[in-house]
Write a protein that binds this ligand. Structure first.
Ligand code: AHG
Ligand code: MN
Ligand code: MN
Length: 326
């Protein structure tokens, strides 16, 4: 399909998916997620910021917005005719939508990540992981697509179907048009986004952060996973981590609908994502709400974190650059 006469900004999401020979059902699914985001934006800008009076499986108080965003996405996916199973941060278990798996997809999503930031007007997002067929408990490497929507000063959508990472912006007509495609990361970065509490960092992570700071790397942390990852992706460099902590060996972030989709996108951009010892995308989930530590961003920075964890926590091997010095 030629782009003759078209500028980037006239390439909308559906056209871009078609240009990348994405099949009709997956194209429809990703466009339905984009459509749902328009209603989520509306709920963020006008919705009740209050507490819903319920809590999710983690015992976290659900905000009205969490529940509303979840309902918007769930309804869209339910009626899409291309979803087999779905689950979200706000659901206790997997919701079956259609018994037959052929040509259908299973979707795990965080309807509103960072929702507690809305009442202080900071950026939040929606994160979606897509597998072919009925099984959601697969290693993230088997995802066929990952999408996030960032509700910030501008609303943007980033997706990959395994053929590069591409960013779209919402225009005046509330259509998503191409901003940039085939986004890539540098091997090493100059910003870091440290989650959790420094006083609870384990020796390897503490040494890793000190190393970054000695290198003059700048701290950038908003408390929202989607804007924090988006910053690394669009600046083309940096590392985010929410590590294993002294009292939280699994860290905080959830594998299925936060880490796997972001790891898919970052690896597609030439970066890396690890739990501190192995790639996030190789982790085999055993239950839908499991958490994992995460180090995600520039390849060299992720590898350095793994080396410090190995050296200071597993007692194995020397940190590479130490060996490099004469
Ligand atoms: P959610 O709002 O979906 O529960 O996710 C919040 C997550 C993520 O957005 C962010 O990276 C992390 O919480 C921040 O945690 P801390 O507030 O502990 O830094
Ligand atoms: Mn979240
Ligand atoms: Mn959430």
């Amino acid at each position: 399909m030629s782009r003759a006469g078209k500028t980037k900004f006239q390439i909308d999401l559906r056209r871009h998916l078609r240009e990348h020979y994405v099949n009709e059902n997956l194209t429809h699914l990703i466009c339905e997620i984009a459509e749902a985001s328009k209603y989520i934006i509306h709920s963020i800008s006008t919705g009740d910021l209050g507490v819903a009076g319920t809590s999710n499986l983690y015992g976290e108080k659900q905000l009205e917005l969490d529940v509303l965003a979840d309902r918007i996405l769930r309804k869209r996916l339910d009626h899409s005719r291309v979803v087999a199973n779905m689950m979200s941060e706000e659901m206790d278990e997997i919701i079956p939508v259609s018994p037959d798996c052929d040509g259908k997809y299973s979707v795990a999503f965080d309807p509103l990540d960072g929702s507690s930031l809305v009442d202080v007007n900071l950026a939040v997002g929606t994160i979606v992981s897509i597998f072919e067929g009925c099984d959601l408990l697969q290693p993230g490497r088997r995802q066929v697509a990952a999408v996030y929507v960032l509700y910030g000063p501008r609303t943007t959508l980033v997706y990959s179907v395994g053929k590069g990472v591409h960013e779209f912006g919402m225009n005046m007509l509330r259509e998503y048009t191409l901003l940039q495609e085939n986004i890539t990361l540098e091997p090493q970065g100059s910003l870091y986004s440290p989650g959790g509490q420094r006083n609870l960092y384990t020796p390897g992570v503490e040494a890793f952060v000190t190393k970054l700071e000695d290198r003059g790397v700048k701290l950038r942390y908003s408390g929202g996973f989607v804007p924090d990852i988006n910053q690394i992706l669009l600046k083309g460099q940096g590392i985010f981590f929410y590590p294993h902590l002294k009292k939280q060996p699994q860290g905080k972030l959830r594998l299925l609908f936060e880490l796997s989709p972001m790891a898919f996108l970052i690896e597609q951009a030439g970066g890396a994502a690890s739990d501190g010892r192995q790639p996030i995308l190789d982790l085999q989930p055993t239950q839908i709400h499991e958490r994992s530590p995460v180090f995600i961003g520039c390849k060299k920075d992720v590898a350095l974190a793994e080396e410090y964890i190995r050296k200071f926590e597993d007692g194995k091997g020397e940190v590479a650059e130490k060996k490099a010095k004469p």
